[in-house]
Structures are given as structure tokens and as C-alpha cells.
Design a protein around this ligand. Sequence first.
Ligand SMILES: Cc1cc2nc3c(=O)[nH]c(=O)nc-3n(C[C@H](O)[C@H](O)[C@H](O)COP(=O)(O)OP(=O)(O)OC[C@H]3O[C@@H](n4cnc5c(N)ncnc54)[C@H](O)[C@@H]3O)c2cc1C
Length: 536
Amino acid sequence: MAVSLRDSNVEKLGEHVYDVLIVGGGINGAVAAAALAGSGVRVALIERGDFAGGVSSNSSNLAWGGIKYLESHEYLLVDKLCRSRNRLMRAYPSTVKEIRFLTTIANGFRFPPFFVYLGSLLYWIMGRFATKAPRYLSARSLERREPVIDTREAAGGLEYSDCYLYDNDARFVFNFIRKSLNYGCIAANYVESLGARREQDHWVTSARDVVGATRFDIRSRVLINACGPYVDAHNARCGETTAYHHLFSKGIHLVVDRITDNKRVLTFFASDGRLFFLIPMGSRTCIGTTDTQVDSPEVAVTDEDRDFVLANANALLNLDPPLTRASIIAERVGVRPLASRGQGGVADWVALSRKHVIEVDEAGRHLSIFGGKLTDCLNVGDEVVAHVRRLGIEPPAPNHRWYGEPGPDLRAEFMLQARLMELDSLTAPASSEPLSQRFWRRYGESAFGLLERIREDERGAQLLIENAEYTRCEIELAARREMIVKLEDFMRRRSKIELVVRRSQYQHAPGLREACAILFGDQAEARLREYLDSSH
Ligand SMILES: Cc1cc2nc3c(=O)[nH]c(=O)nc-3n(C[C@H](O)[C@H](O)[C@H](O)COP(=O)(O)OP(=O)(O)OC[C@H]3O[C@@H](n4cnc5c(N)ncnc54)[C@H](O)[C@@H]3O)c2cc1C
């Protein structure tokens, strides 16, 4: 096989002195890489697992202004998140999509429905009217709109708008990694930082290639710790002390068969008083989330978590038969890394905010990124560039726009070419959208290559795995440019096949074998075995 993009990047990591090395390939690391590389800084990124393999593939997939923080009077945070959401909507019109939220307020809830509606009006105003206006709903009109909601205990409700990530969080993150690569970032997954030390004017990071089991040093002028829940652990490995540190709140989601055909997010207040969502996920529904204070970022879904989510869904919806553990197709679990100043403790926990904090050690030329949300990611990228600049790394192209989908002209050109070759007539009947839309959203300008491939051979547009919404030519493209090392990287993060297709449907599918052959060449059988033998 030809040398892969990842192998070639791993080799380059040890060969050069970088302006900046980023450790961690979740959303914070990915936007830092795209923003720095886009402004011309010589940057490298290492991730010890797969890109977005941590918290950033376990979120609720929402780009939202944080309506719930109005209750804790965090108006500045809501204002900032609304602006961030609007900026994402404008920059990613086919990925960050407005969606209606239908909220049910139960009798005896801490606020009457009309008061909650007034809150949603304030939220809409803070969102600068970028979405459709909210509406107050009686219990009867709630039921008319969505019969699956059990309105027997409902006092009323409301409908308002926010946004969600059409594909999923992990794909959103990977597209920032991909963008950074286009601008010359040297990024590699499955490369772990074992810690770093200052040597004269440089950081020397000791790295381990998890795949090849080799060790090497990476030299950089600035080091950015974007390890998410592991920021404190990595700082300890580097002798960095910080005023902030992380506390953790665990959250889970369960994916089940589609609960309703209406494409809305259903929100309730769960039995513990917290907001609880049912979010459309392709042909499925994703239900969550929990919020449990935990001491360690190493978490798993427990039976107690499952039963909490299932019991709440069953209590709030008209489901016949009710959901049981057997209904679960896939699970997601992660910890929210919450930035906290000082040494923590209970009082600290209560006062926690969901803001991100970038703590800078100027003398040591080191940045630690604490907390944050997917929604706020563009600000994190911009702030990282500004901080790095203050540390003396002058970006050659500071005003270059490093994010966003290609502009409307290129999109129109793509759609024209797709129409002329009748691409959409090749869409599989069960697909949720025409091929042209999907290709453009997932691959932007690289989607032209897919057209070329299908012009050569129409079999490129065939689905390899039923219901997976991934064609042969997309898998070929992924093999070249998406650094897929393990089959799970493809099944769970570049695509969401593992989240929306039952394992029994795909594990013996001939298409899965063919996908492996395309992705891994002569390693196909080994990668497939490794995947099927591991528990997902
Ligand atoms: C249940 C839940 C729901 C959420 N819902 C939303 C939502 O709807 N909208 C929203 O905006 N936000 C949401 N969030 C918040 C958001 O998902 C997180 O804040 C964000 O993903 C954190 O990104 P990160 O890059 O800091 O961490 P991560 O994604 O965890 O990335 C850190 C990376 O660093 C790597 N790493 C660690 N140590 C090393 C090392 N030594 N060497 C190399 N790499 C290393 C890890 O492998 C990991 O991939 C949610 C969070 C949770 C838990």
C-alpha cells in the first residue's frame, strides 16, 4: 500500500521545529489547529486516540445559546453562546441547522408555562431574532403538534428554535482537523504525549506512536494543552501549574428507534428537574442526558443511567410498547469538563459556569484550554490565535477566514454539475436526503472529486451497507484523506453508522468487508476482526 497520510505526518512530527504543538484532537484542539494553520502558523497536533474520540463525540449534538442558563441568571454567557450559535449558523448553513424545540411543562413545575414562554422570548431577543419566533402552546395544541407527548400531566408548553449538528459532533470536529491539514498543519491521531519539558527556548514533547509503538520527540516554541478532561493530568506531566482546573459532570445518551417522524427536538424536565431531550438522529432518536458529578473522567454507562433515561422517556411519552434496555441501539457517554478556579470542593461546584477559559503561562509559552462547548468553538480558535500572537508568534495571515463552508458560488457550481449528471437519481430509495446535499455538506469543495469518480463509474454512488448512507466513492475518499486507523474510527466518528444501524444488520454485511478492503487494503481482515471482537 502507498504511504498513508497519517504515516507521513507521524514521520514529519519529529523532523521539524513547530511554532505550536497542540496536544488533544477534540473540538478545542481541532479549532485551535484550524485557526492557527489558517493564519499561516506552523502547527502540529497529536491525539492519543482517534480525533474527537473523547467528549467531542459524546455530546447532545446541539449548537445552542444555552437557554437553560437563563434560570441561573447567566445572561452574559447566554448572550455569548447565542452570538456563537448565530455565527456557526451563518458559516455552516448546511451543517448547523435550525430546529424547533417542543417543550412540555408539567403541572406543578417550578415556573408556570407562560413564564417559561416569556423566558424563551427573552432568549429569542438575545439570539437577535436569528431564528423563528417562539410560540406559547396549550396542552391541547402541544398534543395536536406531537401526539407522542403524554399531555395528561402537562400544564402547557412552548415551541422555540435552536440549532443542531446535522451529521454529528465527531464529523463536525473532524472537518476542522481536515481544514487544518489543508492549511499545512501536521496532525496525527493515535499519537500520545507522554509529557513535555522546556529546553532553552523550546518545548520538547515526548510522543508515542500508539500504532507503531515507537517514541520520538516533537519540538515547538509554544505548547497548547487541549486534552479536555485530561488537561490537569497533562499539565502535571509538564510541570505546569494553573489557577484553573477541571471538575467533571457525566452525561449519557441512548439511541433508540425513531420515536416520532416530526423533525423536532422534544424537551421535558426530567424527574430530577433538569432539561431532558429527545433529539432526531437520522433514522433514530437520541435521548438524554444525565448530569452526575463524578471525580474521574473515566466513565461508562451504568444500568442506573440507562434506567433513569428510559424511565423518564416512558413517563413523558405515549409509547406502546414502552422502551426497555432491549430498545437501545447505541450508547454515548462522556464527562463535561467544567472550568473551576481554585482547588474545587462543593461550593465551587455549585458556582460552576459552562464558559471556557484559556489560561496562559507567558513565561513558559504554554496555553491550557479549560471547559467550553462545541457551540463556542469559533471563539476558542480566534482567542488561541490572539494568545499565540502575544507570545511572539506573528501569524503571516492573521485575517484569513479559517472556518466555514465554501461560499455560495462554489456551492451553486457544485449543484449545477450534480444536476447535469443527474446525481440525485442515483440516491438510494431509503436515503434521508439527495446525494448532492449530503456530498456538499460532508465534503465541501472535495465533493467535486466524488462527482468525477461517479462520472467514471456509477457504482461509486452505490451504498455499501444498507441504511448506512455512505456510498463507495465516499469510503474511497475517506481512505485517502480521513486518517482512519481502526474500523471504529469510520463506523462511529467519520460516519455515524454504528450509532444508527443495529450491529446485527451490518456485522455480516458483504458491504462491510468491501469497506474494510477499501479502507485498509491487505490489513482489512485484521481490522474487521479487531472491530467485531471489541465490544461496542
Ligand atoms: C453529555 C454531554 C452533552 C454535551 N452537549 C453539548 C451540546 O449539545 N452542545 C455543546 O456545544 N456542547 C456540549 N457538550 C460539551 C462539549 O461536548 C465539550 O465541552 C467538548 O466536546 C469538549 O471538547 P475538548 O476538546 O475540550 O475535549 P475532548 O473532546 O475530550 O478532547 C480532548 C482530547 O485530548 C486527548 N488527549 C488527552 N490526553 C492526551 C495525551 N496525553 N496525548 C494526546 N491526546 C490526549 C483525548 O484523547 C481527547 O480526544 C456536552 C458534553 C457532554 C459530556
